[in-house]
Design a protein around this ligand. Structure first.
Ligand SMILES: C[S@@+](CC[C@H](N)C(=O)[O-])C[C@H]1O[C@@H](n2cnc3c(N)ncnc32)[C@H](O)[C@@H]1O
Length: 207
């Protein structure tokens, strides 16, 4: 938690309180439904919360921005981002119902009014969004095929609308077939910590 305050020094008391409550909430839920590997729970804030917030280092979403988190699992990166950007609207989806139950419990406990959640596959989502965020779900070409028709063309953020994906591994081959503009965001200094396997925020502009 101290690292979050250090890297995001402008958090309000309400945001700090919500981030502080996340740890115990996931600890409790993880005993019933395993959404986070047990060994990761020891470094929950670094591996999950701070890691998700790398997207907030790549872009400060403007109020009103609509964001879809595809394959959110227990709520990552969507829940930490929703706390960080309370004036943006988030929709978290996952194809596994019990994971969405954990999201539901966390959203209710923290009264996150800016978060909706659905048990569905990405391919079934009908609405359009300004940004699609994700972490560790599938390879980028597949991911793009799922979401490319779900991105609004009109934009009001510093970056044109698109995908922001927390990705690990060697991206060279994976990204070689991606034809639209894409770039990798500088790794925030906390990514240098060895526990981060995913070292890039990949931005893909779909149009
Ligand atoms: C490795 S987990 C990552 C979960 C979360 N994003 C995280 O980083 O903690 C991948 C998740 O993607 C979900 N998933 C895979 N394919 C999906 C699809 N087509 N639509 C929605 N969710 C999907 C799985 O159910 C799983 O919860």
């Amino acid at each position: 938690m101290e690292m979050i305050k250090k890297y995001f020094p402008k958090l309000t008391e309400d945001q700090i309180s919500k981030f502080e409550r996340l740890g115990p909430l996931y600890e409790e839920w993880n005993q019933q439904i395993n959404v986070i590997s047990r060994k990761d729970m020891d470094q929950f804030y670094e591996r999950h919360v701070l890691h998700s917030l790398a997207i907030a280092k790549a872009i400060r979403f403007n109020p009103g921005t609509k964001i879809l988190d595809v394959g959110t699992g227990g709520g990552f990166p969507g829940i930490p981002l929703a706390i960080m950007f309370p004036e943006c609207k988030f929709h978290l989806v996952d194809s596994i119902g019990k994971k969405i139950k954990v999201v539901e419990a966390v959203v209710e406990a923290l009264e996150l009014k800016n978060v909706h959640f659905s048990h569905k596959r990405a391919e079934e989502v009908k609405d359009k969004y300004d940004f699609i965020v994700s972490r560790a779900v599938t390879k980028m070409p597949v991911f793009i095929s799922w979401v490319r028709k779900k991105i609004n063309k009109k934009h009001n953020n510093a970056l044109p609308n698109g995908i922001l994906y927390l990705k690990g591994g060697d991206l060279t081959e994976e990204m070689s077939t991606v034809q639209t503009f894409h770039e990798y965001f500088d790794i925030p200094e906390y990514f240098e910590e060895e526990f981060f396997e995913t070292k890039k925020v990949v931005y893909v502009q779909v149009y």
